[in-house]
Design a protein around this ligand. Structure first.
Ligand code: NA7
Length: 535
């Protein structure tokens, strides 16, 4: 298939939304010789690995799609309001086939070293099986949530049951029937998986460190006429997404909750709650910037949660927390809280009884022993930087990106890294990425990278990299933007790297919103790629 001794113009790592479009953009628009290297044996990226029960996107399906090609929009029909993992994986396979991408993808190869050589102005890329490739341009399209966070549990190697991480779920069906199952974590993945596991398992124990808000997904099958309408109106939908702070197909409400008096306020909150989905978060102005408005929203959601739980002690455990609503990614759920009313489900507060160690048959906490046939780690990711650091990227002067980022990631526009010439990160730290409907910010980043490379090629230039002072300023400005929001008030948030012991506490995605980010990039381009060194 691919000649491993060949040099390429561009090597892309990762075959998710970002990598697939980048391959198409560079190969078919710029006519470059490209290779995409992917660790999995299929396309999908995040949606290849996260195949746990209930895995589902919380952007609406018609928005969680590529918009760069009208042909793709017209040919694909989503079947549900929120697409499940199998449907997204099928969609990305459809895109790979439509654009004939597979011929330039090398599957089942894990990149473990990427070294820049100044003399050749090229990146030398090696994979775990010893294959070697080189290219002028290197693009990391490895995803923001692809490096699993596995908690350290003393003695876990002696545990004889099965262990699965939601972010690295096996392809074959796991049968939970008749089994005692433990789930650690109550983030978005756990909230989706728990109701489905509880339907099968003999006994399900949920180990919770921090309770979570969640908004009803209100998922439904899309009637044919609705899908048809989406396809007809794609241009106006795109226009809204490009204007929205989060790249979603709606705009933030124009009034803040504290501006609206009762009883109108409760009625509006009720209406928004009944519609469900992520739009609830944006139903009112400034919820993530204004503490008073956020308190009203937080109290409303906690009351809604408490109403669903029959046992008052369990209700207290699920609502006793203090981070502001949406300061951590608010999950969407289908029957999550109701699941705790089932007789076979119990909730363990890890603050009250921390896990001491694993046993042969399960877990022992401070006060109880739990025998578990299956342990599910729904413990999230080393987000935004973990997967990039795994690539073993070594730039100019022989510095590894891991060392360069030791005190936190330094990027310019979330894409370029000083001293790493012709290295591009898609949806990287310092870009809007996880705060947006991902395909929108991905498309913008991919096209930006395409424009940078096109500029170099057309002007006979050999490299582009971030100016260190522009990168420092970008990072500093981003922290200031984040400090104006309530994101910084969440204790264990992965937005802040706070879920990973020892990770620098910083705000990792770009906090200024998608339109402001695009304006900064467009202005830089207008000023002749300001903030970048071209040589
Ligand atoms: P998240 O949102 O990071 O959730 C991970 C959960 O695991 C969360 O409840 C954590 O508690 C818990 N956790 C993590 N480490 C531990 C340890 N060591 N002990 C106990 N509990 C732990 O990951 P998800 O996969 O659910 O979702 C990621 C994103 O995917 C989500 O935000 C959406 O954007 C889609 P904590 O809150 O840190 O106390």
């Amino acid at each position: 298939m691919t000649d491993p001794v060949s040099n390429y113009d561009a090597i892309i790592v990762g075959a998710g939304f970002a990598g697939l479009y980048q391959l198409h953009r560079l190969r078919d628009k710029l006519k470059l010789k490209c290779l995409l290297i992917e660790a999995g044996d299929g396309v999908g990226g995040t949606w290849y690995w996260n195949r746990y029960p209930g895995a589902r996107c919380d952007s609406p399906s018609h928005a969680y799609s590529y918009y760069f090609s009208e042909d793709l929009i017209k040919k694909w029909t989503w079947t549900e309001r929120y697409p499940g993992q199998p449907e997204i994986e099928a969609y990305l396979n459809f895109v790979a086939d439509e654009l004939d991408l597979r011929t330039d993808i090398c599957f089942g190869q894990t990149v473990n070293r990427c070294k820049y050589t100044k003399d050749q102005n090229s990146w030398h890329v090696t994979t775990a099986d010893g294959s070697a490739f080189s290219a002028k341009y290197l693009i990391a399209a490895v995803g923001c949530l692809s490096m699993s966070n596995k908690p350290v549990i003393k003695g876990i190697e002696t545990y004889t049951g099965s262990i699965f991480h939601t972010g690295n779920w096996p392809k074959e069906d796991i049968n939970f029937s008749g089994k005692s199952v433990g789930v650690i974590g109550t983030g978005a993945s756990a909230i989706q998986a728990i109701p489905l596991i509880a339907e099968q398992a003999k006994r399900l124990t949920v180990f919770q460190r921090t309770p979570n808000y969640s908004v009803p997904a209100c998922n439904y099958k899309l009637p044919g006429k609705v899908s048809k309408k989406y396809k007809e109106e794609w241009r106006s939908t795109l226009e809204i997404m490009q204007t929205s702070r989060n790249g979603l197909p709606w705009l933030e409400g124009d009034k803040s909750l504290q501006e609206i008096s009762e009883p109108t306020r409760t009625k509006l909150l009720e209406d928004a709650w009944q519609k469900g989905g992520l739009a609830f978060r944006e139903a009112f102005k400034g919820t993530l910037r204004d503490r008073k408005s956020n308190n009203i929203m937080s109290t409303f959601v906690k009351n809604k949660i408490a109403e669903k739980i029959e046992n008052p002690e369990v209700a207290k455990l699920l609502t006793d927390f203090d981070h502001p609503f949406a300061s951590k990614r608010p999950p969407l759920d289908t029957n999550y809280f109701e699941t705790f009313n089932k007789e076979n489900v119990s909730l363990v507060d890890l603050n009250e009884q921390p896990i001491k160690h694993a046993t042969l048959n399960g877990l022992e906490t401070k006060s109880e022993i739990f025998n578990l046939d299956v342990l599910v780690l729904a413990t999230g990711f080393d987000a935004m930087t973990g997967a990039i650091e795994k690539l073993g990227v070594i730039g100019r002067f022989g510095t590894s990106i891991n060392d360069f980022w030791r005190d936190g990631p330094k990027t310019y526009l979330g894409v370029h890294v000083p001293n790493f010439p012709n290295f591009f990160v898609l949806a990287g730290p310092g870009s809007p990425s996880v705060l947006t409907n991902m395909p929108r910010s991905i498309e913008f980043n991919v096209e930006w990278v395409g424009d940078c490379i096109d500029h170099l090629e057309k002007n006979g230039l050999s490299y582009i990299e971030a100016d260190p002072s522009a990168s420092d300023e970008w990072s500093k400005d981003n922290q200031n933007l984040a400090n104006e929001t309530l994101f910084v008030d969440a204790k264990h948030s992965w937005y802040l790297g706070a879920n990973i012991p020892g990770k620098p506490r910083l705000f990792y995605p770009y906090a200024g919103g998608f339109p402001k980010y695009k304006a900064a990039c467009n202005e830089a381009k207008l000023q002749g790629f300001d903030g970048l060194i071209l040589g």
